[in-house]
Design a protein around this ligand. Structure first.
Ligand SMILES: *Cc1c(COP(=O)(O)O)cnc(C)c1O
Length: 230
């Protein structure tokens, strides 16, 4: 298992570098290893292989893995799942990044609950780019008002955008996200991060400026299905 994870990481990083070179992409892109549903031992194996950034969708899993692995220096936890308001305290305590901000109320709670002795929580606003009824995220025209409100909050740093396009025609969605990101950066030059691309579509995402690709299956293998997993 340990070896498989190390091997998978190595081949993912190699594939990313090769793709960036071939496409002559200049932006820096980071790989977030999405460890949802996987045990802390798998995260530890990836850490031993040099991986530092991990993505979690479920608050309970974030808390238990972050607690179990707290001795791992400079491990970085990215919360990427839907957020209920009664769960913000744990996220404010344990996450370093939150990719899934879609309501001001949630951002306000995170700001108020972020411990004063920790660095500000870095946040991304989630866009419902495929305009799916059932999906999380704000509409593109809600972006600037939400960004303005979030940027004022203490203990939060607005760092950019995130999206989970519908599988299939994601290229168009990624292109729209790139435009929105440039628009956001005109107002907030530090909000450069663009979290998009998963195991099946990361190449497309990189072509359209993704700075954070979130790979689960490609690193840790297939998941047991979770209730709200697709
Ligand atoms: C599960 C998940 C991923 C990783 O998906 P894979 O297809 O396994 O790479 C990325 N982002 C989010 C928001 C997820 O929920």
């Amino acid at each position: 298992m340990t070896n498989n994870i190390a091997e998978a990481l190595k081949s993912a990083y190699n594939a990313i570098t090769e793709f960036q070179t071939k496409q002559q992409l200049s932006q820096q892109s980071r790989l977030i290893a999405v460890s949802k549903t996987k045990p802390a031992s798998s995260v530890a194996a990836a850490y031993q292989a040099g991986q530092r950034a991990f993505g979690e969708n479920y608050v309970q899993e974030l808390v238990s893995k972050a607690t179990e692995l707290q001795q791992l220096a400079d491990i970085e936890w990215h919360f990427i799942g839907p957020i209920q308001s009664n769960k913000t305290k744990d996220i404010a305590q344990y996450a370093d990044w939150v990719h899934s901000i879609e309501r001001l109320k949630i951002a306000e709670r995170l700001a108020a609950q972020r411990p004063a002795d920790k660095a500000p929580l870095r946040v991304l606003l989630q866009i419902n780019i495929s305009a799916e009824e059932s999906k999380s995220g704000i509409k593109p025209d809600e972006l600037l008002p939400l960004a303005a409100a979030v940027a004022k909050l203490p203990q939060l740093q607005l760092k950019g955008l995130m999206a989970i396009p519908q599988p299939g025609n994601s290229a168009e969605a990624f292109e729209q996200m790139q435009k929105l990101s440039l628009q956001l950066q005109q107002h907030y030059p530090d909000a450069k991060e663009l979290s998009m691309g998963m195991s099946d579509d990361w190449q497309q995402a990189l072509r359209f400026g993704s700075t954070m690709i979130r790979l689960g299956t490609a690193i840790f293998g297939a998941r047991e299905t979770h209730s709200d997993d697709r």
